[in-house]
Write a protein that binds this ligand. Structure first.
Ligand SMILES: *[C@@H]1O[C@H](CO)[C@@H](O)[C@H](O)[C@H]1NC(C)=O
Ligand SMILES: *[C@@H]1O[C@H](CO)[C@@H](O)[C@H](O)[C@H]1NC(C)=O
Ligand SMILES: *[C@@H]1O[C@H](CO)[C@@H](O)[C@H](O)[C@H]1NC(C)=O
Length: 475
């Protein structure tokens, strides 16, 4: 009796273990199958539009720099930065003390940030220390050159409004025409990168991201603007891309200098014929007055905007509450992002001061890509553009054109609400047709899941590649 009982118990527990193993195996298989279906679906959607029929011409401005990509923690250590007890936000950095507090402020949220260092000797120290850290690498930086290279890679005709040093000019694709004189000194940007779960004192980063430090002398003045304006007339582009204006953030301009440059840019945009589309690529702004000036002088004269999940609430709250946000959710719900996109679209659509009506808005987030386009506009292929942007996000961060599903995960849920205010009207995520598109009012929205890269090579600069990848299929 007793021994039979033991036997039965033994058999039952063996069965449970077996069942658990089978279940686990099944679970792993089904996760892999799901990823596989999503990947094939995205690749199909991307390939649907082969190549733009006519060779499109794109002009991009402004700024350029050398980026040094380096692991943040060894730099903090070599600078003797101690993780502070109380993180604090500063609009710009003037000492190691303010750097430590600022770094902690963003690191604990894993939030992207880009700040001006006003103390030149401190900045030089940061650059020379970064250059001694193992694994650091130098690359061509700046939104405009990065987007220009990407567009040239896609086979477009490209005009770049930047003043380059001979060194930077050599890392630009030879197919790109550069306006603006050659210069001797280049601005350097230090890209301090960290991974998910890295520990600095009592702080653990919840996601991989970067803090960018710069001390630009030349970029804030948009020095290539006049040459760019002259060349644009004969180049006759179908698209102008404006970016790099965040270099003006907290720069010590003389009174009136900054707004004068922005007004000059506004004139260029207003004189552009309506057959040329204008895209503005947002970035991290901390100075609310500057963001307002950029809104009035640049965004209201653009057809299209590109931004990430930090920049979106920043702009939305400027429009609704008159002030900016510094840090927001790192993985926001789709519904939250879509609501903020609607706020921006509706605010800009009928703005009395705008010379163009916004007709496209692309938001790139870690987990998904969302593109809103006005239905009667000439933007094409929104679904394929969202898929291409999602695939580019993975390819860029993993640093590989081939997508290995071992390095991928999906952060999106099985279904998502279209709006925070209405949770009944859900979109079901379909593995075989992963890009969801639908119509609302006078616009269409497409949301594509990102196969989030788990084996991270780089994060900074991703937005430029992702935004360009989306634009290329839409012009
Ligand atoms: C550095 O910045 C802090 C905070 O903005 C300010 O209180 C301090 O006076 C500044 N120090 C110098 C030397 O500029
Ligand atoms: C700039 O930073 C250096 C190094 O941290 C420091 O010694 C110096 O006092 C700072 N200068 C100013 C003006 O704050
Ligand atoms: C990003 O763009 C650069 C050109 O600026 C290109 O060399 C690189 O391959 C792109 N990366 C991906 C993953 O598309």
């Amino acid at each position: 009796m007793v021994s039979t009982g033991v036997k039965i118990v033994g058999t039952v527990s063996a069965l449970i273990v077996l069942a658990a193993i089978l279940y686990k195996k099944h679970e792993t298989n089904s996760i892999h199958d799901r990823l596989d279906h999503v990947l094939s679906g995205l690749l199909r959607a991307e390939r649907k539009v082969s190549q733009t029929s006519t060779k499109a011409r794109v002009a991009l401005g402004f700024g350029s720099c050398s980026d040094i990509f380096v692991d943040a923690l060894p730099v903090f250590n070599k600078l003797n930065l101690i993780a502070p007890d109380e993180p604090e936000h500063f609009d710009s950095v003037n000492s190691t003390d303010s750097l430590a507090k600022l770094a902690a402020y963003f690191f604990r949220y894993g939030a992207a940030a880009e700040r001006y260092v006003s103390n030149t000797s401190l900045f030089e120290t940061i650059v020379s220390i970064s250059d001694t850290v193992a694994g650091r690498r130098w690359a061509l930086g700046g939104n405009a050159p990065a987007m220009a290279n990407r567009m040239a890679l896609e086979g477009l005709d490209v005009l770049l409004g930047s003043r380059l040093t001979p060194n930077l000019a050599s890392s630009i694709s030879p197919n790109i025409k550069v306006t603006g004189k050659s210069v001797k000194d280049e601005d350097v940007h230090v890209v301090l990168e960290y991974k998910t779960g890295e520990k600095w004192g009592k702080y653990i980063s919840p996601r991989a991201n970067r803090l960018i430090l710069h001390s630009d002398n030349s970029n804030p003045y948009l020095k290539a603007l006049e040459d760019f304006q002259r060349e644009i007339k004969s180049f006759n582009p179908s698209l102008i891309v404006v970016g790099g204006l965040q270099m003006m953030d907290n720069f010590p301009f003389e009174a009136g200098q900054r707004i004068a440059r922005l007004e000059k840019l506004k004139n260029l945009l207003k004189q552009t014929p309506s057959t040329t589309k204008i895209h503005f690529e947002m970035a991290s702004f901390t100075d609310g007055t500057l963001l307002e000036e950029v809104y009035e002088n640049v965004m209201l004269h653009s057809d299209s905007l590109g931004m990430n999940e930090q920049e979106l609430p920043n702009l939305a709250s400027l429009l609704t509450e008159g002030k900016i946000t510094l840090v927001s959710e790192i993985v926001p719900r789709v519904a939250t992002v879509l609501d903020q996109m609607r706020v921006i679209y509706k605010n800009m659509k009928n703005h009395p001061k705008s010379s163009r009506k916004l007709s496209r808005l692309h938001v790139h987030t870690l987990a998904y890509q969302a593109i809103l386009t006005k239905k009667s506009s000439s933007w094409k292929n929104t679904m394929s553009a969202a898929a291409k942007a999602a695939l580019t996000a993975h390819r860029y961060v993993c640093g590989s054109n081939y997508i290995n599903l071992v390095n991928a995960k999906i952060l999106m849920d099985d279904s998502f609400a279209r709006s925070v205010r209405d949770s009944s009207n859900k979109v079901n995520f379909r593995e075989n047709r992963p890009v969801s598109c639908w119509d609302e009012d006078d616009y269409e929205i497409c949301v594509a899941p990102v196969l989030v890269c788990t084996n991270i090579l780089q994060t900074a600069g991703g937005g430029d590649n992702i935004s360009s990848a989306g634009l290329v299929l839409q012009i």
